[in-house]
Design a protein around this ligand. Structure first.
Ligand code: ZN
Length: 439
């Protein structure tokens, strides 16, 4: 067993000094005063120890759009961005999907993420034909996470159609399964391969009522895009006569294991009906011009995701949800406060414990029995000097301030470096060049 002894650690919502974390194998077994009889001590000088940060919503392949969608090309919106994303999704082959996913996951580890919930909807060949191994792409994405030591929960997406009374879009053929039974069978196969898998009915736009009902007895976590765009809510009202949260609820899916991703445009009845978690993706929602969720009104815990990877920066997500709420309300310090560091602790909990719970992973806390997923912040950096530490880390932190990360006790980020990162970057660039997708 081994003790990790930082200058300070964030434990039970409080910054504590002279507290060590004792690890045995993959698990934290004790948090408290160091007892050298129980294990060797690794002193973490000038370091703040935080639980590993959880990225509860990711589409790793979209990392390949980085820098390519930041200039005007007519009337740009979420829907025009989606056409660019579909062109990419159609063009990528299995090797490129693995290479780009590995790059995205390496960047996540660099930024302090230790778990990702990968909302995975690329299933088949571009013409819709299954691969010889029907789980080829999901397994490649899971393998990409393993290569960088990132914990992954594969949220296997169910996708049935382009939309209610919307003509089939040929560029969605890779996403579409025959029926809900095929989706559930895929989740079972992934679990059989040792991959932690949940279920993700994509949205009310892409999944009809009968499919949702068929998922009601699913035994794992369920994530879905909800209320992201006003246009999809209008379609939903036309088809079902009610709004998206109520459609999911009627199908029996709004429960403690449910996560509504985005929830950008809910009405008060939907907010009241919510259970489980809401996953906000602030940098992506700002990047896409989606609008912004009324986070201050929610009655369920919020977790955070980097979604399209316009940015991979957990501190940017934590700040943006609070700052954008301030801009909308014309007030300051509006989201939930917890403990002596109030707002900073509340935002950090969104990025850690809430995300882990949303994904069904026993992590996100420095506590006995939790997985040994944690990161260190270099508190000797200039941006933290002469400050109150925890709020400064949340409101001024960046990926560069993360020095080390451990996932299941394994040291995956070492002094700011992900082993193999240069090679992963090179492989992703080469794969995109080969497909004519590089700039
Ligand atoms: Zn998404």
């Amino acid at each position: 067993m081994k003790w990790y002894l930082p200058d300070a650690a964030w434990v039970d919502g409080e910054l504590r000094r002279d507290v060590g974390v004792l690890v045995a194998g993959e698990t934290i077994v004790s948090v408290g005063a160091v007892d050298e009889r129980l294990g060797d001590v690794e002193r973490l000088h000038r370091r703040l120890l935080l639980p590993g940060i959880v990225n509860a919503h990711s589409h790793a392949f979209q990392r390949a759009l980085r820098g390519h969608v930041q200039h005007a090309s007519g009337e740009d919106s979420f829907w025009s961005w989606r056409e660019r994303m579909y062109a990419l999704a159609t063009a990528l082959d299995p090797e490129a999907i693995e290479a780009v996913s590995t790059l995205a996951f390496a960047e996540m580890v660099r930024a302090g993420f230790t778990t990702v919930g990968e909302f995975h909807y690329l299933h088949h060949q571009p013409d819709g034909t299954p691969y010889a191994d029907p789980d080829e792409l999901a397994r490649r994405v899971a393998h990409a996470a393993q290569k960088v030591g990132l914990r992954i929960v594969l949220l296997r997406v169910a996708y049935a159609r382009a939309g209610f009374r919307v003509d089939a879009n040929l560029r969605q053929r890779r996403f579409i399964d025959r029926d809900p039974t095929a989706v559930l069978a895929a989740v079972s196969r992934l679990r059989g391969h040792g991959i932690v898998a949940g279920l993700a009915p994509h949205s009310v736009r892409a999944v009809p009522r009968e499919w949702l009902q068929a998922f009601a007895d699913f035994d794992g976590v369920v994530h879905a895009h909800v209320d992201e765009q006003p246009g999809e809510i209008e379609q939903c009202l036309a088809e079902h006569g009610r709004r998206p949260v109520h459609v999911f609820a009627e199908a029996g899916l709004v429960h403690e294991r449910f996560t509504a991703v985005h929830l950008t445009h809910p009405d008060d009845t939907e907010i009241a009906a919510m259970r489980g978690h809401v996953c906000a993706c602030p940098t992506t929602e700002l990047d896409l011009g989606d609008g912004f969720l009324p986070a201050w009104k929610l009655g369920v815990p919020v977790c955070l995701g980097s979604d399209s990877h316009a940015a991979i920066d957990p501190f940017a997500e934590m700040r943006a949800i609070e700052w954008h709420s301030r801009a909308l309300l014309g007030r300051r310090n509006v989201l939930p406060h917890e403990g002596p560091d109030g707002l900073a602790s509340g935002l950090l909990r969104m990025g850690t414990e809430n995300g882990a719970r949303s994904l069904g992973v026993n992590a996100g806390r420095l506590a006995p029995g939790a997985l040994a997923d944690f990161v260190t912040v270099d508190v000797s950096r200039l941006e933290f000097a002469a400050s109150r530490l925890l709020p400064a880390v949340v409101f001024n932190g960046s990926p560069a301030a993360i020095s080390d990360a451990w996932v299941g006790g394994r040291h995956v980020l070492k002094d700011g470096r992900v082993p193999g990162a240069e090679r992963f970057a090179h492989e992703a660039e080469a794969a995109l060049r080969r497909l004519g997708l590089a700039a």
